[in-house]
Design a protein around this ligand. Structure first.
Ligand code: DGJ
Length: 740
C-alpha cells in the first residue's frame, strides 16, 4: 500500500506502566529474567477500537494484550491476569503453534527469536497514525518492523511487516505474515465467501473448532475465484447486521493469500493473515526489505452492517483510486456482440449509447490482431494492433465517432496474457510462464506472460501507454485477466522458482505504478474472467471492478450482496444484460445497486423499454451519489428469506434509496413490512417510487401495495416499516426517500 505523504510528524511518548509480574508465565528456558525493568504498553487504535501491545520486561518480547472496543482505562492490561499472546509468533524456539514468521539464517540455523527494540508513533494526518514496532533477533542481525496504520474516523486498521537482515548471505523466509491477531472468546463464527466462475461470493458461516482452519488460494495471477481474500469473524455469538462483535478483514494482495485460524488448547484464537507461503519460500538478500501486503480490518461492536460501512468509507477515501470521484455509466458490447462486430456495427452502438443517455461506450474483446485475428478466444492475444478487417480506421476513428455522439470511448485489454497462436508468442516464447519438459497447459487457450521479467513488464506498460498515446481521447480501459497459473515456471527466475507467485504480483504492481504515474486518473475497470481480482491490493490502481460474468439478476442479488460486505457499491460494475428471464425492470433495478452499465442489444428494445431505460439512467445519474457514497444498510437477506432489501442513506440523512426484490414466493406466502435503518427519526421522509415500468407490468410490484407518494417519519419507518415488495416472484421496487 502506498504511504500517504507525511503531513504532520509527531513522536508521541509511549505509555509506560510498571508490571513486576508477567501474566504470560515463567521466562522461557535459558533466558535470564530482566531485573528492575518495567513493561511497556503500546497503544494503537481508532475512534472506536483499541489494539494494545505490551513489551514484557521478563523476556523483552512483544505481546498483544487487547483488541476490541475502545477502553476508557487500559491500565489493568499492564498488570497480571491479562491474556497476553505473541504479537508476531516466530518458529524454532519455544512456540508450539502456527508462527507468523519462519526463517532459516544464513548459517542454517532454523530458529528465530524476536525481541522488542523500539517503537515510534507518527501522526500522518489528523485521521491517520502509523505505529512502527521494531523487533530484533538478539543473536542475528535480523529484524521485523511491525507496522500498524490506523484510520481513526473510519475505524479501519492496516497491518503489515517489513522484514530485513544484514547477515552475510541470503536468509530464507518460509512464513511472512502481514498480521497476527489474537482473540479470547467463548466461540468464534467465521463467515467466508467462496465460489467459482459465475458464482462468486457465496456466503457461508460456521463455528470454528479446535485446530486449524485455512482460507487460501493458489491461483497465482489473482487472489480469488474459489475463495475470496475476505472474511468476517464474530466473537461469542453469531453477529447480525446490527448486533454483535465482529472483525471484518481483507488482504490487500492480488495473488495467493492465506488466512489461518487456529484455536489452541485454551480456546484462544490466533488469526494469521498474509501472502500464502505455500511453495513460496523467499531468499532474502542482505539489506533488502521484504514488505508484506497490508492486512486491512475493522472491528465492530454493532454487527456486520457497521463493519461494512467502516470498510466502505475507508475504501472510498483511501482504498480505491479516486474513490469519491466521478464514474462513467456505460454501454458494453460483450454480451451483445461477442467477437462479432465491425466498424459499422460499432458506430450504430455508439448512437445507442447517446440515445440511452449513457456516458461511455466500452469496446470489449476482439478488436485487435492481424496475422492471427482475434475472432475468437483461440488466437491473437498479445498482438495489440487494431484488426484491419474489423476496424479499418482504427480506434482513433471510434474515439471521434463517440465524441460526435457526445459519448466517451473505452477499450478492453488483457495485457498479461498471450495465445500461443500470436505474433507475440512467436517472437518471445521465453516470455511465457511454462514448465520445461512438460506440455503447455492452456486455460481459455492462453498462457500467462512472465511478469517477473522486467522486459515483460516494459511490454505490458507499453501496450497501455502505446494505446493511450496513439488515441489521446481514449477515456477508459477494462483490464482483464482470464486465467490463473498452472504448470508454473518462470524462465527469468531460473533457480528462484519459489519466488514466482510473489514476484509476479510485484511485477504487476510495478507496471501499474508506472501507468498511474503517467495517467493518474484514467478510469480502469478491473476484470478477471468475471470477478477474480477483487482485492484492495489492486484497487488502489483501479476505479471499479467486474464482479462476475453472471449477470442473471437473481444470481446477481446474491453475488452483489456478498461483495457488499467488503466493497463499496461505487466499485461494483453491474450491467443490464439479456441473462435470465426476468423483466427489464427487475434487471435494471438490480444493476442500479452499484455502478450501472448496459450490455444489451438496444436495437431489439421496444419504444417503451427504451423510454424506461432512459428514465432509469437519468434517475440513476441524479441519485448515484447516494448509492456510491451513502451508508449501506442490508435489511433483508436473500440467504434468510425469499426476498432481499437494502438501502443507502446519504451522510446528511436527507436522501435515501430503498431497493427491494421478491425472488420467489411459496403458495400463500406473504411478506411483512420492511423496517428501514440509518434515517433521522425526527425527520419526515416523502416516498417517491422510481423505475416504474407500466408496459406489460412485468416485474412491477402490485400497485396497491406501493408506498409511492406517502410520507412517514424516520422513527416510524425504522420502527414499523413499509410495504416494499409484493408476493409475486421476480418483482421489485425502488423507493427514493427525501427528507421534507
Ligand atoms: C471475461 C470477462 O469477464 C468478460 O466480461 C469479457 O470481457 C471477456 N472476458 C472477454 O474475453
Amino acid at each position: 500500500m502506498k504511504k500517504s505523504p507525511v503531513t504532520l510528524v509527531l513522536l508521541l511518548l509511549l505509555s509506560i506502566t510498571a508490571n513486576p509480574q508477567d501474566p504470560a508465565g515463567p521466562p522461557p528456558p535459558g533466558r535470564p529474567q530482566a531485573q528492575g525493568k518495567t513493561d511497556i504498553l503500546i497503544h494503537t487504535g481508532t475512534k472506536s477500537t483499541d489494539l494494545i501491545y505490551r513489551v514484557s520486561s521478563r523476556d523483552n518480547r512483544l505481546y498483544q494484550v487487547y483488541l476490541g472496543p475502545k477502553l476508557s482505562d487500559a491500565g489493568p492490561l499492564s498488570g497480571p491476569g491479562t491474556d497476553a499472546h505473541p504479537a508476531y509468533a516466530t518458529f524454532g524456539t519455544d512456540n508450539l503453534f502456527e508462527p507468523a514468521i519462519r526463517a532459516t539464517h544464513n548459517d542454517g540455523n532454523p530458529s528465530l527469536e524476536l525481541q522488542y527494540a523500539g517503537s515510534e508513533e507518527v501522526k500522518v494526518t489528523p485521521d491517520i497514525t502509523l505505529t512502527s514496532i521494531t523487533l530484533k533477533d538478539p543473536q542475528y542481525p535480523f529484524s521485523v518492523i511491525l507496522k500498524t496504520r490506523t484510520y481513526s474516523g473510519e475505524d479501519v486498521i492496516e497491518q503489515w511487516a517489513e522484514i530485513s537482515h544484514q547477515e552475510k548471505k541470503p536468509v530464507t523466509i518460509f512464513d511472512y505474515a502481514s498480521s497476527m491477531l489474537n482473540f479470547d472468546a467463548s466461540k468464534y463464527w467465521l463467515t467466508q465467501f467462496h465460489g467459482d466462475w459465475a458464482e462468486e461470493m457465496k456466503m457461508q458461516e460456521s463455528e470454528l473448532t479446535a485446530g486449524i482452519k485455512i482460507l487460501d488460494s493458489k491461483l497465482g495471477t489473482r487472489a480469488h475465484m474459489y475463495q475470496t481474500p475476505v472474511f468476517m469473524l464474530s466473537l461469542n455469538e453469531k453477529s447480525t447486521e446490527t448486533e454483535g462483535e465482529v472483525l471484518a478483514g481483507t488482504l490487500g494482495w492480488s495473488g495467493n493469500f492465506r488466512f489461518l485460524f487456529e484455536i489452541d488448547e485454551k480456546g484462544s484464537l490466533r488469526v494469521i493473515s498474509g501472502i500464502n507461503p505455500f511453495a513460496s519460500e523467499y531468499s532474502l538478500e542482505p539489506g533488502r526489505i521484504f514488505t508484506t501486503p497490508p492486512m486491512i480490518f475493522t472491528f465492530s461492536s454493532a454487527g456486520k452492517g457497521q463493519a461494512s460501512r467502516n470498510l466502505h468509507s475507508w475504501a472510498e477515501k483511501y482504498g480505491i483510486l479516486d474513490g469519491t470521484g466521478p464514474r462513467y455509466t456505460l454501454l458494453n458490447n460483450w454480451e451483445a456482440t461477442g467477437f462479432n462486430f465491425d466498424e459499422k456495427k460499432l458506430s450504430g452502438i455508439l448512437e445507442e449509447t447517446r440515445k440511452l443517455g449513457l456516458d461511455l461506450f466500452l469496446l470489449d474483446d476482439g478488436w485487435f490482431a492481424n496475422k492471427y485475428p482475434r475472432n475468437n478466444d483461440r488466437a491473437g492475444l498479445g498482438d495489440w494492433q487494431e484488426n484491419k478487417a474489423k476496424l479499418p480506421d482504427g480506434i482513433a476513428f471510434l474515439v471521434k465517432e463517440a465524441d460526435r455522439n457526445g459519448a466517451k470511448f473505452g477499450i478492453w485489454i488483457e495485457p498479461e496474457m498471450v495465445n500461443p497462436k500470436s505474433e507475440l508468442y512467436e517472437a518471445h516464447p521465453d516470455w511465457v510462464l511454462k514448465l520445461p519438459n512438460r506440455p503447455e497447459n492452456y486455460y481459455r487457450n492462453q498462457l500467462v506472460l512472465d511478469l517477473t521479467n522486467p522486459k515483460v513488464q516494459d511490454f505490458v506498460y507499453n501496450v497501455v501507454d502505446g494505446i493511450l498515446t496513439s488515441n489521446p481521447g481514449l477515456a477508459f480501459f477494462k483490464w482483464d485477466c482470464n486465467r490463473m497459473m498452472t504448470n508454473t515456471y518462470s524462465p527469468y527466475l531460473k533457480d528462484k522458482q519459489s519466488h514466482v507467485y510473489i514476484d509476479y504480483v510485484n511485477g504487476l504492481y510495478s507496471v501499474l505504478d508506472r501507468i498511474r504515474q503517467k495517467y493518474p486518473h484514467l478510469p480502469i475497470m478491473l476484470c478477471s474472467g468475471g470477478g477474480g481480482r477483487t482485492d484492495y491490493g489492486a484497487l488502489r490502481y483501479f476505479t471499479e471492478f467486474w464482479p462476475s460474468d453472471n449477470t442473471d439478476p437473481v444470481e446477481r442479488i446474491y453475488i452483489q450482496w456478498g461483495y457488499s460486505y467488503f466493497f463499496p457499491s461505487v466499485t461494483v460494475c453491474n450491467h443490464v444484460t439479456s441473462w435470465g428471464r426476468q423483466s427489464l425492470k427487475f434487471r435494471v433495478d438490480v444493476a442500479m445497486m452499484g455502478k450501472l452499465g448496459f450490455d444489451i442489444k438496444t436495437d431489439e428494445m421496444s419504444e417503451g423499454e427504451l423510454k424506461f431505460c432512459q428514465a432509469a439512467i437519468a434517475d440513476y445519474k441524479r441519485l448515484s451519489d447516494v448509492i456510491w457514497k451513502g451508508g449501506l444498510y442490508r435489511l433483508i437477506s436473500p440467504y434468510e428469506e425469499n426476498r432481499a432489501a437494502l438501502m443507502y442513506v446519504d451522510e446528511a440523512k436527507s436522501k435515501a434509496l430503498l431497493f427491494s426484490y421478491t425472488i420467489n414466493s411459496r403458495f400463500g406466502e406473504t411478506f411483512g413490512k420492511v423496517r428501514l435503518q440509518g434515517l433521522d427519526p425526527s425527520r419526515t421522509y416523502k416516498i417517491h417510487e422510481i423505475n416504474i415500468f407500466n408496459e406489460g407490468r412485468r416485474g412491477m410490484m402490485f400497485p396497491r401495495m406501493s408506498e409511492n407518494g406517502k410520507s412517514y417519519s424516520g422513527d416510524y419507518l425504522m420502527k414499523e416499516g413499509i410495504n416494499a415488495g409484493s408476493a409475486s416472484p421476480l418483482t421489485s421496487a425502488v423507493y427514493e426517500l427525501t427528507a421534507e
